[in-house]
Write a protein that binds this ligand. Structure first.
Ligand SMILES: *Cc1c(COP(=O)(O)O)cnc(C)c1O
Ligand SMILES: [Zn+2]
Length: 413
């Protein structure tokens, strides 16, 4: 498709052809996809989008693929839920939750992987690989199965069982590394140099990252073709955060929404908050950390897009905050009890940071707020060990039930 111009360096602007490369040979800056927005504006109308299936691919002109057939598993167009109960509890005027817990492999990663695997096939790769904090492994394994390609996925060895089995069921080569995600990522960069594999978040990273924009596209469409006033987004490498911003800007640029842009608020766990800490210290220099948090999907100590996330906060008038693990669990429970949504620890981070920012008067109470729930709670059940009421165990008799029920009713909630 002629809408894709090529790649350009985010630092020095040098241009590169479309290829499985990700950094500038001159300044080592990261590469990003460039588009011909004037051409896209002529092709992509609201009517055109509305006429297409309810998946992330309804915005395909704004995604970096050339092929007609894409590798996809019905990802996207997830619910934008108006959260009246939670809004009331927090004192917000209007709150929506973008529920990516219900994507095909239960996280937002299906969006980035669908683009990256489609691109990997365009480039002629036979093996799809990734360095994962957990959710990416399952999504890559599923998409590779769908494409009939080999998957080799690398994870830190201490992940939750739901993420390990969730990936293994698709029969990839799953490599569990004794180390942190940052160790996994460093090793994968070396492997990517010596094996002809498509590492979706390393050598295909410029394409992969573009998939996250569809969260902004859908949000705007679901709000009646407008951007919200403020959003809260969980951050690991910071890529998702910067691409949601890019997505809203692109829609405004091609005239599909008015030019109002949201304040971007980033959420991290205190046990791994290199981006939020840099924000708090008013510096653009990220100091890598050694992660120690239950929010394993966000546990990137040396975030590749941290600097650009900080720039996005500055440009949008937003910011970032971090919350401790106890607050993350409270966030998971608050979301479940008010809105009936079971999100993973990253969702707990998002809700806890939302609450934190409202309580401190940092986040405006009026206007429209959107919080992004990026992964499903069934994948991180270990985080709730000992944190919930026990089931009531009884013998199968009415008398046993009556006794147990009475005893339970006497316990103050
Ligand atoms: C990967 C992931 C993120 C964000 O990742 P980035 O590296 O910042 O793009 C957020 N939530 C969940 C559940 C994830 O798996
Ligand atoms: Zn450069």
């Amino acid at each position: 498709m002629s809408n894709i111009r090529g790649l350009h360096c985010r630092e020095c602007g040098r241009e590169y052809p479309i290829a499985p490369t990700y950094f500038c040979e001159f300044c080592f800056g990261p590469l990003e996809v460039s588009y011909d927005y004037a051409a896209i504006a002529r092709q992509l109308t609201r009517d055109r989008i509305i006429s297409r299936p309810l998946t992330m691919w309804r915005y395909r002109e704004l995604l970096p693929v050339a092929s007609e057939t894409v590798i996809e598993i019905n990802t996207g167009f997830t619910p934008l839920v108006e959260a009246k109960n939670l809004a009331r509890r927090l004192g917000l005027e209007r709150l929506y939750l973008k529920n990516d817990c219900v994507n095909p492999t239960y996280s937002f990663k299906d969006r980035v992987v669908s683009v990256a695997v489609t691109k990997a096939l365009e480039f002629g790769f036979d093996t799809i690989a990734c360095a994962s904090t957990g959710n990416l492994a399952m999504s890559v394994a599923a998409h590779a199965a769908r494409a009939g390609k080999r998957a080799v996925v690398f994870i830190p060895s201490d992940l939750e069982l739901g993420k390990i089995y969730g990936a293994l069921v698709f029969n990839p080569l799953l490599v569990a590394i004794e180390g942190t995600y940052d160790d996994v990522n460093r090793l994968c960069s070396e492997i990517a140099d010596s094996y002809p594999w498509a590492f979706v978040n390393i050598n295909l990273r410029p394409y992969y990252a573009e998939g996250s924009k569809t969260l902004a596209f859908e949000t705007a469409e679901q709000l009646g073709w407008q951007a919200p006033d403020q959003v809260v987004v969980p951050m690991a490498s910071g890529s998702l955060f910067t691409k949601i911003w890019k997505g809203f800007n692109e829609l405004a640029q091609i005239g599909l929404i008015p030019p109002r842009r949201p304040r971007m608020w980033g959420a991290q766990a205190a046990g791994c908050s290199p981006i939020a800490t840099a924000y708090a210290q008013r510096t653009f220099t990220i100091r890598p950390v050694h992660p120690n948090t239950i929010a394993k999907s966000l546990a990137i100590g040396n975030p590749a897009d941290g600097y650009y996330a900080l720039k996005t906060m500055e440009e949008s008038g937003g910011g970032a905050a971090a919350v401790p693990d106890e607050a993350i669990i409270e966030g998971i429970k608050l979301l479940a009890e008010t809105e009936g949504i079971f999100a993973e620890t990253a969702g707990g981070v998002t809700i806890a940071v939302l609450k934190h920012l409202v309580e401190r008067g940092v986040l405006a109470r009026d206007g429209t707020t959107v919080a992004y729930l990026t992964g499903n709670g069934l994948k991180t059940m270990e985080a709730l060990d000992g944190q919930l009421a026990e089931p009531v165990r009884i013998r199968p008799t009415l008398a046993a039930f009556q006794a147990a029920f009475q005893a339970r009713e006497l316990v103050p909630a």
